[in-house]
Design a protein around this ligand. Structure first.
Ligand code: 0X9
Ligand code: CA
Ligand code: CA
Ligand code: ZN
Length: 324
């Protein structure tokens, strides 16, 4: 039923080559580190982009994560786009130069390399979503990484306890090594008791949405989310959506999810953050597998929206006229 893998999409080995090339071409502003390994032992890399890249400066940090879900390959292309934009734009584009100088930007271009490679490795796309971790007592493979985060994990009917489900939450929070690696990385950004990352986007496909927490509840204001905090998410989400034409809404307006990165980044780490659901708007545009001919247009489409997040990362609350 699914088509052959489109060679216009970047494989994991190709991605690692691109990362090497970008960092070699821009050693002053781009550096990559292996922050951990996947279940099958693939390197999970983070690229830092900032001036004086080798120094941990006192600058607002911003995190972009991509491809928690294997079949959402357009999100890896989004990471490649951002790597190119932020490095090639340095010294040539005034706005990008300023943002690279004044922020420390972290890009994790593929959170789930085992899943991506599995999805691409056959004669046809495999429509795979989860990681490739076996589950005890069953032949069913994989945990849904975006149900495995340690905030209200499994609380609310927004995930499954059945290993054969595509939304299987795993046997425990952070039981998926890929989630543990990213969570440990985010925790490592707490310096002097303060989380340095102020804003984040987790990229998915599809539906053309900008989503903010919480996903586990329909409530806007609740334990762990004040009116000011909620309004800041709405204002920033709407400001970004004005730029890319996506629809802005609370994550739970799509459907209830529990154990998502979105809820953890806010609920546990107090990072203002969004899920982008990229192109297409509906299954008619190719669902999870749009042709690679759309990559250029649909990644560049998010340029202004991403730059807006980087702009506000110094103090996201100023978008609603608050200092803090
Ligand atoms: O179900 C998901 O994980 C996301 N949709 S996808 O089709 N890419 O699988 C939506 C997650 C939205 N909810 C939260 N971010 N809380
Ligand atoms: Ca810097
Ligand atoms: Ca820093
Ligand atoms: Zn997804």
């Amino acid at each position: 039923p699914f088509a052959n893998p489109d060679p216009g999409y970047t494989t994991y080995p190709e991605l690692l080559d691109i990362v090497d090339e970008v960092t070699a071409d821009h050693p002053d502003i781009a550096a990559s580190t292996v922050i951990g390994t996947s279940h099958q032992g693939r390197d999970i890399v983070a690229i830092k982009i900032s001036d004086n890249v080798g120094v941990d400066e006192d600058e607002p940090e911003v995190l972009f994560t991509h491809a928690q879900h294997a079949r959402e390959h357009l999100t890896v292309e989004m990471a490649v786009y951002l790597l190119d934009l932020l490095t090639d734009g340095y010294g040539t584009d005034q706005r990008i130069t300023g943002l690279v100088d004044e922020r420390e930007i972290w890009i994790v271009p593929n959170v789930n390399p085992d899943g991506s490679e599995y999805d691409m490795a056959g004669t046809n796309w495999r429509n795979w979503r989860k990681n490739r971790q076996p589950n005890a007592g069953t032949s069913a493979i994989g945990t849904d990484l975006n149900r495995n985060w340690d905030y209200r994990w499994g609380c609310c009917g927004g995930s499954s306890g059945n290993p054969s489900s595509i939304t299987y939450r795993g046997r425990a929070p952070e039981s998926a090594p890929e989630v543990r690696v990213i969570a440990d990385f985010v925790r490592s950004r707490v310096v002097g008791g303060e989380q340095q990352i102020t804003a984040a986007i987790d990229f998915h496909t599809y539906s053309e949405l900008i989503l903010w927490p919480f996903g586990y509840t329909y409530n806007e204001v609740t334990g762990g989310m004040t009116r000011e905090e909620y309004d800041t998410h709405v204002a920033l989400g709407t400001h970004m959506a004005d730029a890319n034409g996506y629809t802005p809404q609370q994550a739970s307006d799509l459907y209830i999810t529990d154990g998502s990165i979105n809820d953890w980044l806010w609920g546990d780490q107090r990072i203002i953050n969004f899920t982008y659901e990229m192109y297409p708007r509906s299954a008619w545009g190719g669902g999870f597998y749009p042709p690679s001919s759309v990559i250029e247009r649909e990644t560049a489409r998010n340029k202004e929206a991403v730059l807006r997040l980087l702009d506000y990362a110094d103090c996201p609350y100023r978008i609603i006229g608050e200092e803090d």
